[in-house]
Design a binder for this molecule. Structure first.
Ligand SMILES: [Zn+2]
Ligand SMILES: [Zn+2]
Length: 823
């Protein structure tokens, strides 16, 4: 009698055995077909993984298992990104030490990964808060320091008043802290930075060829924000513009309130107003200033000369001009820039049109070119000359120059070149490239991170900790609370702070800030390969063999954080000669996000689904399959608890079918369908279309169930295709069928072309070269032109077009087209 399907009995047994047999631990030194399949390691939250996290990790595991079945030596590691503000904030909230919280969450996370059955290499886990790991974070800092990429300077930085630390630009999301959503403030502090801006061009350029999800590339491109423009001197003020073609329309200049030259520009008369304005602007966030609907500003009392029109134009201070963009001074062209336009309207400044819109416009429903160069309206009744360059509208597009002296009639593109040439020739400025990207701020005035390995000596200055002294261990301190003074809590530990200078052996003090946890995560994929080697970060042979990562899967929310930083660090390592490639991830795909019962999952709504209970109730295989069945993996889906039972029933039917008596030989019909399924599922797996792969397997099961006795070969192929989704169930059935080598070591079935051939072919029927009908006939009939002619002539559609005319010729292109010629 067939055994009944009890997933819980089966799953624990196999998880234990796989781990003992090291089934998923490739020999990193000997693998011949290495394939590095990586999923972004998680930050271990105290609640453990919810079903949304499980979704992402399982999808990555399914792909890895598919690659293993294709005969590759797959390395699929897992670790925890436990250092950082997030974990520390939680520890503060529950008033427990982060070191203790980590021990607890670590255990829970690894258990969850185990029970869901992911094929991780359990011998190579890593946790960023272990000294064995962060020794290398500190080592990396020192390498960047030696190369001159890590530097210290006093700067106005983003300060989160709630997290009581500075933040990198990338961690400020529309003006708020990425971790806690508090409004970010500005503070002047002496900080460590990484010169990521030196790499802006390379980071941008490689986006052209790396095989990554398009939305990530777009986000990085925008963040790096390259703008090519021209630097132009308006007397003593340098402005940067990407629209030099509009210079004849520049009717005033606007200066950022933070501009260092501002005080020199302001006349005595205007001093009071300007000072008050600067003070008010200082209280606004950058976001407020960018979004400001109501433009504000004050005249400085000074005029400068527009170098092209020769006109004297006023200089205003306006807070919509940010110091961070360009030079902090803009030439304002109200006719062709929205913000300048609003400003000019409010303060009654001149608006001068210098670009004519030449794109076709719809007038009276007729598409026309607005600039009718010949000056002749082709059809006066329908042509409307609409002046879109009037005083109530702003035109920000490109077009043809007008009111621009010798440059009149040029297109915007041509004019930018000619005007820039003129500027360079007459020493009025030069072409320039600006980036939005800023240097990466590394210092954090917090406790829970790797101490920055620098020692300050009165005599020698900043001295790097010698590599042999690494790691600089994070001491266990009772009071780890952030101070809010701009100084890390580590500063209150005299034993930690007071050291001997490594250079002169005199008294010195340690740096007390820790580094950004995004530095930890830009190294981890390198370190997985060497968790067993404590004397080096890289092992040359392993790095050569296994890197770059073949497939990386993760969340799109890391577009301009982790995914950008990792690329940068990899480029630096290449420049340092450690590796010979500069892009860390050959392929990156962002996974989708899931919602539950039609709503976004959130703690406050109380609808966060815990996978642990679902696994107890249904088994991990059912959960895995259900998650992947919800929708395309790259798009996500809606979790409906009521739908899980359908997947459970499917697996129960597979369970029965595999135990039925099998036929020795497959029928022709069985082979035909099997081969089609192999092809379809294989292609779906490669493209992460797990949902349609599952649908094909389900249909296939329906077919096999109706077959009666199914051949053993077909059942085996079916189980192998199912095993990435349901690794435990299929492994158990495999064993029950008397197979003695794990199903996970089998090979993905190959399809045979001959079974894929269609029985029917489609032939187009033309009359005088125009297609009038399609014939669908058995392929055996398609070779005989006379037969085809006869069938085609029987078609009513064809008859209609022949209309009793004499057929002069019938030309048959075998299995493609038959053409009747009547004229
Ligand atoms: Zn914060
Ligand atoms: Zn010294």
């Amino acid at each position: 009698m067939a055994k009944r399907y009890f997933p819980n009995e089966v799953e624990g047994k196999w998880q234990k055995r796989w781990k003992e047999d090291k089934l998923f631990s490739p020999d990193l030194d000997k693998s011949e077909k290495p394939f590095y399949s990586l999923m972004m390691f998680p930050y271990p939250s105290a609640e453990g993984m919810h079903v949304g996290n499980m979704y992402a990790f399982t999808g990555s595991d399914i792909y890895s298992r598919f690659k293993r079945l294709q005969g590759l030596d797959v390395f699929e590691p897992i670790g925890l990104d436990g250092f950082g503000i997030h974990g520390e904030n939680y520890a503060l909230k529950i008033n427990e030490h982060p070191m203790e919280v980590s021990r607890r969450t670590e255990k829970h996370f690894y258990e969850q990964f185990m029970t869901v059955g992911n094929a991780y290499d359990w011998n190579r886990t890593l946790n960023t808060y272990e000294p064995e790991y962060y020794k290398w974070t500190q080592w990396a800092f020192l390498q960047l320091y030696k190369k001159g990429i890590a530097y210290r300077k006093k700067a106005e930085v983003n300060w989160c008043p709630s997290c009581k630390t500075v933040l990198a630009d990338e961690q400020v999301i529309t003006g708020a802290c990425e971790r806690c959503s508090s409004q970010v403030e500005k503070k002047d502090l002496e900080q460590w930075f990484f010169k990521i801006t030196d790499y802006a061009e390379r980071l941008l350029k490689n986006l052209e060829w790396i095989d990554w999800s398009e939305k990530i590339k777009v986000a990085q491109r925008n963040w790096i924000g390259k703008s090519e423009g021209t630097l132009i001197a308006f007397d003593s003020l340098d402005v940067f513009t990407t629209r030099a073609d509009t210079i004849f329309g520049a009717t005033f200049v606007a200066v950022s309130p933070e501009h260092p030259l501002l005080s020199k520009l302001v006349t005595d008369e205007q001093k009071g107003d300007v000072s008050a304005y600067i003070e008010a602007a200082g209280k606004k966030s950058e976001l407020e200033r960018k979004e400001n609907k109501e433009k504000t500003g004050v005249f400085t009392g000074t005029n400068v000369k527009n170098p092209f029109t020769g006109e004297s134009i006023p200089v205003w201070v306006a807070d919509y001009v940010l110091m961070g963009y360009g030079t902090g001074v803009i030439m304002a062209v109200p006719a062709h820039d929205e913000r300048d336009f609003e400003f000019a309207k409010k303060f009654d400044l001149p608006i001068k049109t210098v670009i004519e819109n030449t794109s076709p416009v719809i007038a009276n429903g007729v598409k026309q070119s607005q600039n009718n160069k010949e000056g002749i309206a082709s059809s006066p009744s329908t042509t409307l000359r609409i002046s879109r360059n009037d005083k109530t509208n702003v035109y920000t597009g490109e077009g043809i120059l007008v009111n621009s002296g010798e440059f009149d009639g040029l297109s915007s593109t041509e004019a930018r070149e000619k005007i820039s040439d003129y500027i360079e020739k007459h020493n009025l400025g030069k072409r320039q490239v600006h980036f939005h990207l800023r240097d990466w701020l590394i210092s954090r005035q917090r406790y829970w991170g790797p101490p920055i390995p620098i020692i300050y000596c009165d005599k020698c200055g900043a001295v790097p900790v010698p590599e042999s002294d690494l790691p600089v261990k994070l001491p266990f301190i009772e009071n780890f609370r952030p101070t809010g003074t701009g100084i890390s809590p580590l500063a209150s530990e005299p034993d930690f702070v007071n050291v001997k200078c490594p250079k002169c052996a005199g008294p010195a003090k340690r740096e007390t800030d820790v580094s950004d946890n995004f530095l930890d995560s830009s190294l981890y994929f390198f370190r997985y390969l060497t968790t067993d080697l404590n004397d080096r970060f890289f092992d040359e042979k392993r790095a050569k063999n296994w890197l770059p990562v073949d497939m990386y899967i993760g969340g799109a929310e890391h577009s301009v954080l982790h995914l950008l930083y990792s690329r940068f660090i990899t480029m630096v390592f290449r420049d340092l000669g450690f590796i010979d490639f500069e892009e860390p991830f050959k392929k990156f795909r962002a996974h989708g996000l899931i919602i539950a019962e039609g709503a976004k999952m959130s703690k406050s709504k109380g609808n966060v689904i815990n996978p642990d209970n679902l696994i107890k109730e249904w088994g991990a295989d059912t959960l895995r399959m259900y998650l992947m069945f919800m929708g395309p993996f790259t798009e996500g889906g809606d979790f409906r608890a009521a739908s899980i039972s359908g997947v459970y029933r499917f697996l129960s039917r597979v369970w029965e079918l595999a135990q039925n008596e099998h036929a020795d030989e497959a029928t022709e019909g069985e082979l035909k369908i099997l081969n089609k399924v192999i092809k379809k599922v294989g292609e779906d797996m490669e493209n992460l279309r797990f949902n349609t792969a599952i649908a094909s397997l389900m249909e296939f099961l329906n077919f096999l169930s109706k077959q009666g006795r199914v051949s053993r070969g077909t059942i085996k192929a079916f189980l192998v295709m199912l095993t990435p989704f349901a690794p435990h169930t299929t492994e158990e059935l495999w064993e029950m069928m008397g197979e003695n080598r794990s199903i996970h070591l089998q090979t993905w079935p190959k399809y045979e072309e001959k079974y894929l051939e269609e029985e029917e072919v489609t032939i187009a029927v033309q009359v005088n070269g125009k297609v009038r009908d399609q014939l669908v006939i058995h392929k055996d009939m398609a070779s005989d032109g006379k037969v085809i002619e006869k069938i085609a002539l029987g078609s009513p559609k064809v008859q209609k077009f022949l209309d009793g005319k004499e057929i002069k010729k019938a030309v048959y292109v075998p299995v493609k087209i038959i053409n009747f010629v009547t004229e």
